[in-house]
Design a binder for this molecule. Structure first.
Ligand code: SAM
Length: 314
């Protein structure tokens, strides 16, 4: 059977099952083999890896992941896609499909269940499964920790909650490689002072080093989305290079700082119920860090926000 990235195979599969696309689930299925191959390369998917895929759709990306990795675990919310996935993935013995809302899945426990996580060496020599597993094996759990990666063509309506959930749960993955709306990719990678810089930029760059791999036109999907997309890969830090003492407060500060972009940082933070500090305390902390009390959040780097959070938390 030819792969689902072939538009004819995709359309034939969809019509055979009389599948109706659900806009509410952000269903735009990839039909571009080049984009898929380059995404797997950017994600550095290896033969020893366990991959968590969010939203497999009819299984297009899943088929390529299953060819390249040791085990794929795909989480799909739409129960109508499950019988289709059983069919399109029937030749693969290393794919598990979970019919769930990814926002409700405990991904840390799931990683433990599959003996997958962060492997520190930067290569797969130690801590990963043995060389014998370099060829495809039945999807039994390996004895030692396998590198975990997250690869997905995300449902765009919940991109930010999914990413924040992965970060906050501290899912022990090496990397996250995702297709997102281009504007969101720009925000993820934006630097201080630019118009795209905001709370998502600070959060993503606190936990990872993001990089746009490529832009993807609407014609690479069925149906065509209204927007241009982008593949972004994020190498996750084992520990943030600048770590906030109180990450909950840090989180509240960045949300408040960008919640009302036109306000000064002092006014934005002091009017947030989640930041328990007076205007004077905030202005004082900013001055101690060498900033004017009238500065806006968009000028502060990730490290500046961490320093501010640590000052206000003590
Ligand atoms: N991976 C497929 C592809 O590339 O062709 C489909 C990608 S499509 C953009 C997003 C997928 O995520 C759909 O299959 C949709 O049903 C699924 N989805 C939407 N919300 C979800 C959720 N909360 N949890 C899990 N899957 C979800």
């Amino acid at each position: 059977m030819s792969k689902l990235s072939d538009p004819r195979t995709m359309l034939e599969t969809i019509s055979r099952y009389d599948f109706d696309f659900h806009k509410k689930f952000g269903q735009n299925f990839l039909i571009d083999e080049g984009v898929i191959r380059r995404s797997l390369e950017a994600a550095q998917v290896g033969k020893d890896d366990v991959i968590f895929e969010i939203g497999p759709g009819v299984g297009t990306l899943t088929q390529f992941l299953a060819d390249a990795a040791h085990q794929v675990v795909s989480i799909e919310i739409d129960k109508k896609l499950i019988p289709i996935l059983e069919d399109t993935l029937r030749d693969y013995d290393n794919v598990a499909v979970i019919n769930e809302d990814v926002l409700k899945v405990d991904l840390v426990s799931l990683a433990q269940q599959y003996h997958a996580g962060r492997v520190n060496t930067g290569n797969t020599d130690s801590g990963s499964i043995s060389g014998a597993n370099a060829s495809r094996e039945p999807a039994s759990a390996p004895a030692a920790l396998a590198p975990l990666r997250i690869v997905a063509n995300l449902p765009y309506y919940i991109t930010t909650p999914i990413l924040m959930n992965l970060f906050r749960q501290r899912v022990p993955a090496q990397s996250i490689t995702v297709m997102v709306q281009k504007e969101v990719a720009d925000r993820m990678c934006a630097q201080p002072g630019s118009k795209d810089y905001g709370s998502l930029s600070v959060a993503v760059q606190y936990y990872s080093a993001p990089q746009i791999v490529e832009l993807v036109p609407p014609s690479s999907f069925i149906p065509h989305p209204k927007v241009t997309s982008a593949v972004v890969t994020m190498e996750l830090y084992e520990e943030p290079p600048v770590k906030a003492q109180d990450e909950e407060l840090f989180d509240h500060i960045i949300r408040a700082a960008f919640g009302q972009r036109r306000k000064t940082l002092t006014n934005a933070l002091s009017s947030s119920p989640q930041v328990p500090c007076s205007k004077e305390q905030i202005a004082d902390a900013l001055e101690q860090l060498g900033f004017s009390p009238s500065i806006r959040g968009e000028k502060l780097s990730v490290a500046d926000f961490v320093s501010l959070s640590d000052h206000l938390g003590t």
